[in-house]
Design a protein around this ligand. Structure first.
Ligand code: FAD
Length: 355
């Protein structure tokens, strides 16, 4: 988004902010930051949002269909509430609404009274926000398990606990993949390895500029005043997800690459931010705490498509904080590319070779 540079700089100066970049002398980080800065313009942002909306809408339909067969994935289309207590936060939520309102994404601006009426679990005062009615939620692990069942039902094989060690490239093609379970002849290779893609691509001497953006998620018992809606606490960059018997509180983006360590201060900041908006008990019992890496590209758009240097390699990685939201659509797009069909989305913006 335009204007992110100044905002990011301010956040970087504040140890309690939701953004952190691990200082490093690496060329990967320098080049990533250079391209990140270059992408912060209106034209680029609009093209990126358009493409992400199409991928997400395709995914939504797919999850709806998956839920008909696998209701256990707990697909619910309750919408998403973006709430804020500051003028800057409200402006940022409204800006997001303005970006997508012409793209068939229904949303409406709300004042404090509207939000209170919709979501009494929120503490006052509030200033305003936006409600996107089409947004949906599901249980990620159960979604992945349902997809695995579908793959197997369609004759696909999933090799569990298998590590890819190397890829053999001959005549600009991957001819074999070497795994902990032996060699596999390669006809078509789809690299969908999230934050690990940069290092795997390097085995083939390719550059795939994806860095790991660490985030934390806490699973806590349901609150006495449990929220009804999934919410984004805008200025805190904290996502709240009400689950069947718990609540998920997630946030923070630490650009660290491959590092899964947990920084307690940042976890406490997420808890503190949630407490400002919700009735979180003083002695909060965290049932589960995990850190995950969001595969981040410099311009906020995934890398999807054939790599120009390897004729049978499709990359499908770099989905950042929208991997579930846009994952199913990505699968359909990759299928179109491999089958030589006309893709349903403008693939130029997703071009793997654009950096
Ligand atoms: C705290 C947090 C909250 C989030 N919330 C949301 C949300 O609400 N909605 C949303 O849409 N997204 C969310 N995300 C983002 C989402 O998790 C990612 O976008 C998504 O996981 C990316 O999917 P992926 O399949 O590309 O990569 P990954 O999920 O990272 O999967 C890559 C896989 O490749 C495997 N792999 C890597 N190297 C090898 C190898 N050599 N051999 C074998 N396997 C290998 C890894 O083990 C891994 O399983 C969140 C992320 C975090 C951290």
């Amino acid at each position: 988004m335009p204007g992110m540079f100044l905002k990011s700089m301010k956040w970087l100066m504040n140890p309690n902010s939701p953004l952190y970049i691990k200082p490093s002398l690496s060329l990967d980080l320098a080049s990533w930051l250079f391209n990140f800065t270059k992408a912060m313009n209106e034209t680029q942002a609009r093209r990126a949002v358009e493409c992400l909306v199409v991928l997400s809408q395709k995914s939504l339909t797919e999850y709806e269909n998956l839920a008909k067969k696998y209701p256990e994935i707990r697909f619910e289309q309750k919408g998403l509430l973006m709430v804020s207590r500051t003028p800057a936060g409200v402006a940022s939520a409204v800006e997001e609404l303005n970006y997508v309102k012409d793209m068939n994404v229904p949303g409406k601006e709300l004042n404090s009274d509207d939000i209170q009426a919709m979501e009494p679990a929120l503490k006052l005062p509030l200033l305003g926000g936006v409600y996107f009615s089409q947004e949906a939620m599901g249980e990620p692990y159960l979604v992945v398990q349902a997809m695995a069942k579908e793959i197997r039902a369609h004759g696909g094989e999933i090799m569990e606990n298998t590590e890819l060690h190397d890829l053999v490239v001959e005549n600009n093609r991957v001819s074999k993949v070497l795994t902990s379970q032996g060699e596999i002849e390669a006809k078509q290779v789809i690299m969908a390895t999230g934050s690990w893609s940069k290092d795997l691509a390097r085995m083939m001497r390719l550059r795939v500029p994806i860095l790991g953006g660490k985030g934390y998620a806490m699973i806590v018992p349901p609150l006495e005043k449990q929220p009804k809606y999934p919410m984004m606490l805008v200025e805190k960059k904290i996502a709240i997800t009400p689950r069947q018997n718990s609540l998920r509180i997630a946030g923070t983006l630490e650009l660290v690459d491959q590092d899964f360590s947990i920084t307690q201060r940042r976890v406490k900041n997420i808890e503190k931010g949630a407490r400002e908006f919700l009735h979180v008990p003083e002695n909060l019992q965290v049932q589960e705490l995990w850190a995950g890496l969001r595969p981040c590209t410099p311009d906020g758009v995934p890398l999807i498509g054939y790599h120009r240097q390897i004729s049978n390699l499709v990359v499908a990685a770099g989905h950042q904080m929208l991997g579930l939201q846009s994952g199913a659509g990505t699968g359909l797009l990759v299928a179109d590319l491999v089958e030589g069909k006309k893709p349903f989305v403008d693939t130029a913006v997703l071009d793997v070779n654009r950096f």
